[in-house]
Design a protein around this ligand. Structure first.
Ligand SMILES: NC(=O)c1ccc[n+]([C@@H]2O[C@H](COP(=O)([O-])OP(=O)(O)OC[C@H]3O[C@@H](n4cnc5c(N)ncnc54)[C@H](OP(=O)(O)O)[C@@H]3O)[C@@H](O)[C@H]2O)c1
Length: 310
């Protein structure tokens, strides 16, 4: 699998990673089964994926614990663990970027993951009070102490990224980006490229909408998570499904699924350092892993790029 480097660090990992918010993320999603989550992580590692993206808030430590459990059977040195914190469990999950909080959050994540270093640690969300450079300065100390290998920030807008990176310590930014959520192309991308900062998008499959499994006549009730999401409201929903439909001939050519083709599009995209599709069950991971061996032509890459510009 294609390998990438995070920022200017020596963290090298696969460009295709695994998102694990459905591994133990019971507080965020209904009907999750821990054993399925364990199998999701195992399927990723067994497929050659080495980048695992987790966070404290996925199950309030449960995702990290399940990953730690799985890692006992694998060679830790070959795996890239990225985790995040900012939600303060002592204060109603309010956001906290205070240096003391981040330092303790890293120590607690290490325990749950049963490891003595994190390859990437992200401040999950900015808080409203801590100066950004002070928060990142705390991570720089943890990096110098060998507890983390790369410094990440997530959900920071461009001005916040600039403020956080005033001393040049930021290695990687994680933010929402997909074929249907493209603001980062004009906001973050130029600054990140100019400063050698990696970019890891979340929601690459638009939470499943880009997999080809939704239909134009599907209706959502108030009990469904899709009910209030902008991408699931007409006419936008129909526009997205029409674009997904036009990916099907390319998928046919490669005997692939729409998700595999669209994941291959991110893997081809030079602004995307690593892509971390989430999965609920192992079969999804096994399917998504096949995207790593698909190579789109430049014409196909550009066609897909244009299909989703609306
Ligand atoms: N930094 C942040 O603030 C932040 C925020 C959100 C997410 N993240 C990270 O980014 C990762 C990716 O985001 P995401 O998982 O929310 O969204 P996503 O990758 O856009 O969508 C993943 C979802 O699509 C469905 N799916 C995946 N592969 C499929 C396949 N082959 N066939 C059919 N359905 C498939 C699964 O949901 P169903 O089966 O339930 O439909 C899966 O959970 C997360 O796991 C997490 O690690 C970070």
């Amino acid at each position: 699998m294609e390998q990438i480097r995070i920022g200017k660090t020596n963290v090298v990992t696969t460009k295709l990673g695994l998102g694990t918010n459905k591994v133990g993320g019971h507080n965020l999603f209904d009907h999750l089964v821990d054993d399925d989550g364990i199998k999701v992580v195992q399927a990723a590692l067994d497929s050659g994926i080495t980048l695992l993206d987790t966070a404290f808030v996925y199950g309030l430590g449960q995702s990290e614990k399940l990953i730690g459990q799985v890692l006992r059977d694998y060679d830790r040195s070959k795996i890239t663990i990225a985790t995040k914190a900012a939600h303060d469990p002592q204060n109603n999950l309010q956001l906290n970027n205070h240096p003391a909080f981040l330092t303790q959050a890293v120590d607690e994540a290490l325990q749950r993951l049963q490891t003595d270093y994190l390859d990437i640690f992200y401040i999950h969300f900015p808080d409203e009070t801590t100066p950004k450079a002070e928060a990142v300065g705390a991570l720089q100390k943890l990096k110098e102490a060998g507890k983390i290998r790369a410094i990440g920030i997530s959900n920071f807008n461009l001005d916040q990224v600039k403020e956080a990176n005033i001393d040049g310590y930021v290695d990687v930014v994680e933010d929402a980006y997909s074929l249907v959520e493209r603001q980062a192309e004009t906001t973050l991308f130029p600054y990140l490229a100019a400063n050698d900062i990696s970019f890891v998008p979340y929601f690459p499959l638009a939470s499943g909408l880009l997999t080809g499994k939704y239909t134009a006549t599907q209706e959502f009730t108030a009990a469904d998570w899709q009910f209030n999401r902008p991408n699931f409201q007409n006419p936008r929903y129909q526009q997205i499904l029409a674009a997904v439909d036009q990916v099907k001939p390319i998928a046919g050519k490669y005997e692939a699924t729409v998700s595999q083709i669209l994941l291959a599009w991110y893997l081809h995209n030079p602004a995307v350092t690593a892509v971390i599709p989430g999965a609920r069950v192992a079969t999804q991971v096994l399917s998504n892993a096949k995207s790593a061996s698909l190579h789109l032509t430049t014409t196909e890459y550009q066609l897909i790029d244009q299909l989703f510009k609306f």
